[in-house]
Structures are given as structure tokens and as C-alpha cells.
Design a binder for this molecule. Sequence first.
Ligand code: NAP
Length: 253
Amino acid sequence: MNTGKIAIITGGTRGLGLNTALKLAESGADIILTYRSNAADGAAAVAKIQKLGRQAVALPLDVADSRSFAAFAQEVKSALAANWQRDSFDYLVNNAGIGINASVAETTEEQFDTLVNIHLKGPFFLTQNLLGLIADGGRIVNISSGLARFALPGFAAYAAAKGGVEVLTRYMAKELGPRGIAVNTVAPGAIETDFGGGVVRDNADMNKAIASQTAMGRVGLPDDIGDAIAALLTPGNRWITAQRIEVSGGMFI
Ligand code: NAP
């Protein structure tokens, strides 16, 4: 299947970004994914998408470096022209991110700035730089976290930045609505990826503790998120905008 849609996914080399890229490709979209610095990671992800019969391009991007975003937008423009003969793309998934576990008492200013740069300033200015390339009628998905709703010790700065992106989502939805662009937040619960050192996946006690606090009785898997984002980006969900959609299997309800 080919829907003729093109999605940009930041942090598309592994974890939730890669899974989302694969699920969107399965549903018929072509993909521009970003890698931070390792071009081989980008190429490996591109090969997986091509195996599904869809076109893909990998571009380098550090979402913490907002000064690079104008040049990145030019790269996207060139890639769209060269590979698709288009001057626009359809979906933006602001996914790339890291976790830093530190209490309010211990968080350094540098850690705080890193988290805010990656999770709030990055999505804000990357989206700003790509506004002219997103097709009218397109969609934006910002990735937040269950931690913006419930509090666990050690995630104050991370969760505050994610909370910021949830507010930003509503403002983007308001301002881009006249162009028919829907903007939503997807907030995953705890998912088995490399995130946070892979603790949810690799620490059996942590895994069990979270599962016991989750309505569905287990922690999340990357497929749970990739499928949800791909479903959100289908024509039938065009009227959903400005929403925070938690995809956590019912964690801490
Ligand atoms: P992951 O498996 O660790 O993957 C993170 C991805 O983000 C990688 O592709 C990584 O690229 C990229 N990345 C990190 N920092 C970057 C930067 N400065 N610039 C560009 N790319 C960068 O983590 P994940 O679980 O997939 O997390 C994806 C998103 O989901 C994040 O926003 C995270 O906050 C959110 N989330 C995760 C969970 C969870 O439990 N897993 C829960 C809620 C929300 P490299 O490969 O180059 O490092």
C-alpha cells in the first residue's frame, strides 16, 4: 500500500521512533527519519523501512541544537525534492529524547538545560523551522510521558519539560488549525526500550512493580506505541486535535 504520505520522525533509529517509523511504513507512508550522529544507525533503519516496500531517508539531527534547525529544514527540502519530487511532507513526530534520573535536590543546571533543550525547546523550534514544509492538512504528534500526569521521584526536570510540550501542543493546534493541521500529544507509559538505561526492560523488579500498577497488567512494548501513533495518523482520526492521548495500558489510574 502507498498512501502518498511522508512522515518525519526524530530519533528514528531505535526504540519508539524506529517502531513508529516501521508501523507508519507498514500503513503505507514513506519516512524521513533522523539519527543523532551515527550514520550507520540511520542507514540500518532506512534498510528496515525499504524492506517493507516504502521509501526512506535518514538525516542527521541533534534536537538539542536549535541553531542547526534552519540547515536541517534545507536538508529536508532537498530530500523531498530529490526523492519524492515534492516540496512538502505530511506528518511530523517529535519523538527524540533521553531521560535523566535525578531528584529535585540533586538535578544540576546543566541536566535541567539538557532536558529542556531536548524535550521542549527542540520540538518548539524544530516545528517552527519546518512549518513552511508541512503540508496543509498535515499532522504533528509530540511525544510526552505518563510522568507529566503522575509523579515518580527523580523525574522532575524531565516531566516538567514534557508538561511544557503538552501545553505547546494545544497552542500549536490552535495556531495551525486554520491550515487544517492537527496537533496532538501522545504520552507513553513505561515502555521496554533503551530509555533511561533500559531500566523498564532490564530491571525485573521495576518491570514487575510497574506491571502491578498498570490496568492491563504488564509494562508497555514499543509496538504498543508505534501502533497507536500510526493509528492516530490515519484519515479517520483527522478531527482529533489539541489532545493528550495517554498510551500506557492504564498506568497509575
Ligand atoms: P530510546 O530507545 O532511548 O531512543 C531514543 C531516540 O532518541 C534514539 O533514536 C536517540 O538517538 C534519539 N535521541 C536522543 N537524544 C537525541 C538528540 N539530542 N538529538 C537527536 N536524537 C536524539 O528511547 P525511547 O523510549 O524510544 O524514547 C522516545 C521518546 O519517548 C522520548 O521522547 C522519551 O522521552 C519518550 N518516552 C519514553 C518512554 C519509555 O518508557 N520508553 C515513556 C514515555 C515517554 P541515538 O540512537 O542517536 O542516541
